[in-house]
Write a protein that binds this ligand. Structure first.
Ligand code: FAD
Ligand code: SF4
Ligand code: SF4
Ligand code: SF4
Length: 417
């Protein structure tokens, strides 16, 4: 019997999944069992679109269609949680299995604590994450650093610290450190990320710690909940999954790699935040960069913490409409509303038409607030500590009315006599 806390090597016996899978296909095999046993109504995962730079979210209801979701897309920078809220009714009407990276898992918790996603109907299989590469950067990097036509690349992987491509005529690997020194490599939020093994999920899966004969052929699975343990047991019984206890040496190595990734994340945080300066200097920098903003609202649309029906940035009392450059209040409102809970998912930066490093600005502020109040977003169901005392009532009002206009009473029109 599998139980919470177990550490396993796992792989599938399903030949079709094996062929497409990243490391033995445990994740896809468990989803197959979950769909067949009706533990979930649908699986929400990622599949390759027109090419490997095009990661597309897909909702699968028929287990026969699952194989196309197997494999890791390192240029897949999308965030699953906000999509579940926006397009799948916050999982209120069906049970959904979702493959999640660390940032996805954190975003699920933040949306769930705001009652925007029903976690009771969500099963999460987490994948460890060393980082993802923006598709635009990946194309440029492959052309300039690898001297290869990005269109000719049919496979990419990150292995032993190298970003490796396979293309018509050969394969090439360059160390991620070297790529990042040259301004390529992982997204800047990924460099700062310290959510490497997403233990908020029901299972946390990855290649770190798989050593010996199973290296490259199996996935290391940490069982993080009873729900996860039940899924593993069911998948084993159904014959689609095989497991063995993880090699203790492998477990030790996995711990060391995770520790090294934390240190690297700290190094990048220091580097990025110090470059922003402090106090007035930082404010000036942020004001100057955000002056390019065209108020396209994309950063708001993708942010997992932004969910208000009546967004305050649309209130003409705060942000005068039809003005460019945009009044800085637009950005201040977002900082004030989001900074305590920003999960550094990078979405707001990824989609910004004006290439403003939005995630960096928000993450820098979140870190200051974390130092002051100790609240770490995306790790528990705790609400931010510096929330107003009356926040509970405010949240209830927001939940019931869908309006965040807390100042409605202050600004309400004076009744005519
Ligand atoms: P499969 O059966 O092949 O299933 C893979 C699952 O991942 C599928 O459900 C697929 O839809 C989903 N998926 C693919 N790309 C994405 C994406 N971009 N975002 C969300 N879901 C996606 N493991 C480590 O130990 N160390 C790492 O540094 C590491 N980095 C990773 C970086 C990324 C961007 C990703 C996606 C995965 C990373 N992994 C890492 C996990 C590892 O690559 C495998 O996903 C894991 O071992 C499971 O293998 P599998 O054969 O069981 O998965
Ligand atoms: Fe992975 Fe973290 Fe980047 Fe998300 S933010 S893609 S979890 S490294
Ligand atoms: Fe402004 Fe960029 Fe946000 Fe668009 S995505 S509103 S340009 S900061
Ligand atoms: Fe993600 Fe940006 Fe929102 Fe932070 S502010 S949670 S980085 S989209």
């Amino acid at each position: 019997m599998t139980k919470k806390g177990d550490m396993l090597y796992a792989w599938t016996s399903d030949a079709e999944i094996q062929k497409k899978a990243e490391l033995g296909g445990a994740v896809t095999a468990i989803w197959k069992y979950a769909l067949e046993s009706k533990a979930v109504d649908a699986v929400f995962a990622v599949t390759k679109g027109v090419d490997l730079y095009d990661a597309v979210p897909v909702l699968i209801r028929d287990p026969k269609d699952l194989a196309k979701t197997a494999g890791s897309l390192h240029c897949g920078t999308l965030l699953m949680a906000k999509l579940v809220k926006k397009f799948l009714d916050g999982a209120n009407n069906m049970k959904i299995g979702v493959t999640v990276k660390g940032c996805d898992a954190m975003a699920f918790l933040e949306l769930a604590k705001r009652k925007q996603i029903n976690l009771d109907n969500i099963v999460m299989i987490g994948v460890n994450c060393g980082g993802s590469v923006s598709p635009v950067v990946a194309r440029k990097m492959i052309k300039e650093k690898y001297d290869v036509d990005p269109e000719k690349v049919h496979k990419e992987e990150i292995d032993k610290g190298q970003f490796i491509i396979e293309y018509e005529g050969g394969h090439k690997g360059i160390s991620v450190d070297e790529l990042e020194e040259a301004g390529f490599g992982r997204r800047s939020n990924c460099r700062r990320c310290k959510m490497k093994i997403p233990r908020q999920a029901d299972l946390a899966c990855g290649n770190w710690g798989v050593i010996g004969p199973k290296a490259g052929k199996a996935t290391f699975v940490e069982v993080c909940s009873e729900k996860g343990a039940k899924l593993v047991d069911g998948a084993i019984k159904s014959g689609v999954l095989a497991t063995e206890a993880a090699n203790p040496k492998g477990l030790e190595i996995r711990g060391k790699v995770e520790g090294a990734m934390f240190k690297l994340g700290d190094k990048w945080r220091k580097h990025d935040f110090e470059a922003l300066g402090e106090g007035k200097e930082r404010l000036k920098k942020i004001m100057s960069e955000t002056a390019r903003c065209i108020k396209c609202y994309q950063c708001i649309d993708v942010c997992p913490i932004c969910y208000c029906v009546d967004c305050t940035t649309r209130n003409p009392a705060y942000v005068p409409p039809g003005e460019l450059p945009v009044n800085f209040m637009f950005h201040l409102i977002r900082y004030a509303h989001i900074a305590d809970s920003c999960v550094n998912c990078g979405q707001c930066e990824e989609v910004c038409a004006a290439e403003i490093p939005n995630a960096l600005f928000m993450h820098a502020q979140q870190q200051e607030l974390e130092k002051m109040f100790g609240h770490v977003p995306g790790t528990t169901m705790e609400l931010p500590l510096m929330a107003y005392v009356e926040e509970k009532e405010e949240r209830l009002r927001l939940h019931n009315t869908g309006s965040d206009m807390i100042y409605e009473n202050v600004f309400k029109p004076v009744p005519k006599k």
